[in-house]
Every structure is written in C-alpha cells, then in structure tokens.
Ligand binder design. Structure first.
Ligand code: SAM
Length: 375
C-alpha cells in the first residue's frame, strides 16, 4: 500500500483519468480534503454522516458537537463542497437518522434538507423511507419504536441530470400461453373482462364492441411483449381509483366518453417506490465500527444516478460500503474518512486483486484539523 502525503489534487486528477474501478481512499477530515477536489468533477455522492450525538467514532470528527445547530452547520459546510465538486448532471444521496434531546425528536434530517435547499441551491427529488424491518430494542414506555431512517436524493438542476430509470426497474414477469390463450404474469387473460363487458348494463352495444376490440389489441401487445401486464377499467364494473370529476382526471373523462380505459404496466418493469425495506447491516462481523449501512441501500442510487464509468464519492466512507457497491457495478469511487482504522476495514472489504492498485492515505489534513481545534 502506498502512502502519499502530498499533492492530493494531483492524485485525484490522475485517478479521475484512470479507467480502473479500484477505489481511491483518502484519510483525513472531509471538510479539508474536499476542498482539494476540482469543481464539477464527480458524478455522484452517497453518504451516511455520523448522526448527532449518537456514536463515538475512533477518531473524532463531526457528530460530537454539544449543540445540534453546530452539527448541522458543520455538516452543511461539507455538503456545500459536495455541491461544488459534483457535475451539473450529478446526484447526491444522503442517508441520515434523527436524534432525541431531552425527549424531543429534533427533526434533524429535515433541518439539514431545508438548509441545503434554501441556502445552497440543492433540489430535493425524493425523500425515501428506509424501513429497517428490524429495529434496535426500545423500552421507552411513552413513545413508539423507531424503525425508519431517511434517504434523500438531491440534484443540482431540475432537468437533464443523469437518471437511468431502466437500470432500477424490477424485471417484469413474462406472460405465458395457457390453453392457447395469452395470460399475463398476474393471470390476466381477458376472459373475465370480456364477460364483464358483455354483461355491462352501463355500456351501449357500440361501446361494448369497441371495448372488446381494444381488449384484443391489448392482449396482442402483451403477447408481443410491448406491455408486460394491464388492468381494464370498465364503466359501472370496477371501482375507480381517481376522482370522478372530469376536469380533475383524464381517466374519468375517458371512462365517460369511451366506457373503458386501461392501466398498463411498463414493458421494462415497475420502478421502485420511495419506501425501501432493507434489514440493517449485521454488525457482528465488523471490528469496532457499528454504523455501516447495508450494501442494498446503495444499489438503486448508484445504478440510477452514476453513469457507467462514472465516479462515486463518499465523504464519510467508514468501512467502505458505498465503494464496495460502486466497484461491484464497475464504477470508480473515492472514499474519505477521518479514521484510518475504518479505511483499513474498507481495504479488507474491497477487491484488492488488481495490479498496480494504489490507495492514497493522506493524513496531512487530520493534523491540520487537530491544530485548528486547539486554536
Ligand atoms: C455513519 S459512519 C459511515 C458508515 C459507512 N456508510 C459504512 O457503511 O461503513 C460515519 C463515518 O464518518 C467518519 N467521520 C466523522 N467525521 C468525519 C470528518 N469530518 N471527515 C471524514 N470522516 C468523518 C467517521 O469516522 C465514520 O466512519
């Protein structure tokens, strides 16, 4: 392992030009190290900063401030640098949990969001609920168990940011042929709809004939794979999920004018929702570090918002989960952490069987930060 202690800007620039997916690890305080990175050079950032007053890490860093407002300021100072180094097409995914203080739930995640959107220019695109399924034990007799955290997706511009929705769709199950008839993956064969159309008292004969023709066309589309699945809404037969007011809903209008409409499933599959059920990382096997997030949390963000051959950065990389996932998807990645112990754990988790690999451990900024603290 090489330890390089000078000219980090040069090291990062040369790394960005390499075609390797070997991550670059930088040891030190993110608030100093990020300043060395060039403007608009990174495709995507994903991180989980230390939560306020939740944990003691092995080398200090943010999260230990006595007042949560100072914590928010320190974190936002680092996030401002992320804004600068991200490309205009870039994305930033922030996983952050809340904290209680004197029985008050502080709403820290949203305070950070408002600081970012109102003062730094970020655009919030999604607020994902990470449903952890298994929570930590909570014996307080006067409140509910906390079992979720937030994952926020931010961009720098409202349109034209990189987003590959097809990369994250769940693959549709295929239609099959049963007794000569096409049946969709969820069992829609059209037989039930045909019967409902024939028996519909709210449809004219002409509307019935149009509905049957449209249904046959839709079944052909399923057969050809142009639509993966569908539901048919027939006037007077199905409960509609929209308002019946025609000025509010195009579908209500369609139902009134034609007597039916279709809800089609995208042929490439369904896109994920903003509630993710992911069991927290099992920490039993890790040394000392108790705050690694699960690899599954990084998969959708990296696949959707980091282009192939792009670069992901995690300014609080800890044991390197973001980098492990980036590497597995053939993206480049840069990880920063104030603790060399955690970076060492990252190295142990990463695929290090590359020739000419180089980890840059840059400790100059840790020393500078310590000196600042004593001023
Ligand atoms: C919640 S952990 C990140 C865990 C990581 N996502 C993983 O899966 O292992 C937060 C990390 O931030 C680091 N940290 C705290 N303050 C820092 C700072 N100012 N600069 C860089 N790293 C810092 C801590 O050492 C810790 O490893």
């Amino acid at each position: 392992m090489n330890i390089i202690t000078s000219n980090i800007r040069k090291e990062v620039l040369s790394y960005l030009h390499l075609s390797t997916t070997q991550p670059l690890l930088l040891s030190g305080d993110a608030s100093f190290i990020l300043k060395e990175l060039p403007d608009q050079s990174i495709d995507m950032a994903m991180t989980s900063p230390p939560y306020w007053q939740k944990r003691q890490y092995s080398n200090g860093g943010i999260g230990l401030e006595p007042d949560y407002t100072d914590y928010i300021q320190n974190l936002c100072h680092i996030i401002q640098e992320l804004y600068r180094i991200l490309k205009p097409t870039g994305s930033f995914w922030l996983n952050i949990g809340d904290s209680y203080h004197h029985k008050r739930l502080l709403g820290i995640p949203w305070r950070i969001v408002f600081e970012m959107t109102d003062k730094q220019g970020w655009i919030l695109r999604n607020s994902v609920i990470w449903h952890k399924i298994k929570g930590s034990p909570d014996n307080s007799p006067d409140k509910l168990r906390n079992i979720h955290e937030a994952v926020f997706h931010f961009v720098k511009q409202p349109n034209g940011y990189y987003y590959n929705i097809d990369a994250i769709r769940t693959k549709p199950r295929e239609a099959k042929v049963v007794n000569g008839a096409i049946v969709s993956a969820t069992g829609v064969s059209g037989v039930r709809y045909k019967r409902q159309i024939e028996l519909a008292t709210d449809l004219t004969e002409q509307e019935k004939s149009n509905a049957i023709n449209a249904l046959n066309t839709m079944l052909m589309k399923v057969k050809k794979g142009e639509v993966s699945d569908f539901r048919m809404i027939i006037r007077g037969r199905q409960r509609t999920t929209h308002s019946d007011a025609e000025n509010l809903s195009g579908r209500a209008k369609e139902l009134k004018e034609k007597g039916f409409y279709f809800l089609c499933y995208h042929p490439n599959g369904t896109k994920p929702s903003d509630v993710w059920e992911i069991i927290p990382e099992d920490t039993q096997n890790r040394k000392e570090h108790y705050a690694a997030y699960p690899a599954d949390l990084c998969k959708i963000p990296i696949l959707a918002t980091c282009p192939p051959n792009g670069t992901v950065i995690d300014p609080f990389c800890g044991t390197g989960t973001t980098l492990v996932v980036a590497q597995s998807f053939h993206r480049k990645s840069i990880g920063i952490d104030i603790s060399q112990d955690y970076l060492q754990q990252s190295i142990e988790r990463l695929d290090t069987n590359y020739e000419g690999q180089q980890y840059v451990l840059f400790d100059k900024y840790v020393r500078e930060r310590v000196e600042c603290d004593y001023e």
